[in-house]
Write a protein that binds this ligand. Structure first.
Ligand code: NYM
Length: 224
């Protein structure tokens, strides 16, 4: 193996229920890896900046209605429209920290009752992550945290828990069960109920541990 194939970036995905802390942890991980001198970018899905992303955003805000299958395919299309950029970044050595990916697509849509295999199909062929970090927290805990800070949250742009589609306790419980069905060897679960700094420390260790093992592999396409 030559140097070039050894130097591709890692695709690191953060997954978890709504409000499990993915976004703040991906910021922290980004600064950490930047500090170590790694070329790294932080991405998120849905990417609400594209045309497809705007349709998704309107749907999530209850400003539009779509068939469950149609919105599922839009979420997937939103990843496909970023595929070539994602792949070229990885191949040129940039590590990507991605806040939600195909697993959110399958977990949320199958929690609505769509067929699990049907949900997976449009994801096949996207770059496979090197590491999936699952921020694990019971849905009840998230709900009580959100109620506790509810008054502050209300003033925030996105509103409190329940502000967007899917942010309901019973639904989140189903999503958690779907996530469990997706769990495999590339996943690492972190107790997201721990203090932010402890979660951050564990994520750092896992990313560093993982970055010593992915160096010889090219992107594996097609697995989920
Ligand atoms: N979501 C996200 C899906 O239902 N399917 C997907 O493929 C993705 C990427 O969108 N409740 C849901 C999960 C969230 C919502 O995500 C918005 P975020 O991370 O809150 O912007």
């Amino acid at each position: 193996n030559n140097q070039k194939s050894d130097s591709r970036g890692a695709l690191i995905v953060l997954e978890g229920l709504d409000r499990s802390g993915k976004t703040s942890q991906s910021c922290r991980l980004l600064s950490y890896l930047e500090g170590l001198g790694h070329p790294v970018e932080s991405w998120r899905f849905p990417d609400r900046n594209t045309g497809v992303g705007q349709m998704i955003s309107a749907y999530l805000a209850n400003k539009s209605q779509l068939d469950d299958h149609a919105i599922h395919l839009l979420f997937s299309a939103n990843r496909w429209e970023k595929r070539s950029l994602m792949e070229s970044k990885l191949r040129s050595g940039t590590t990507l920290i991605v806040d939600r990916y195909s697993f959110s697509g399958v977990a949320f849509s199958s929690a609505k009752g769509l067929d699990f295999e049907w949900c997976k199909a449009p994801e096949m062929g996207l770059p496979a992550p090197d590491l999936v970090l699952y921020l694990e927290i019971p849905p009840e805990v998230i709900c009580s945290i959100i109620m506790f800070v509810g008054e502050i949250r209300k003033a925030a742009e996105r509103g409190g828990y329940g502000g967007e589609r899917y942010e309901q306790l019973e639904f989140q419980k189903k999503v958690a069960r779907s996530y469990q069905m997706l769990y495999d060897a590339s996943w690492k679960a972190i107790d997201a109920g721990l203090p932010i700094e402890d979660v951050e420390k564990q994520l750092r260790e896992m990313v560093i541990w993982r970055s010593q093992t992915f160096d010889l592999k090219f992107l594996v396409l097609g697995s989920l």
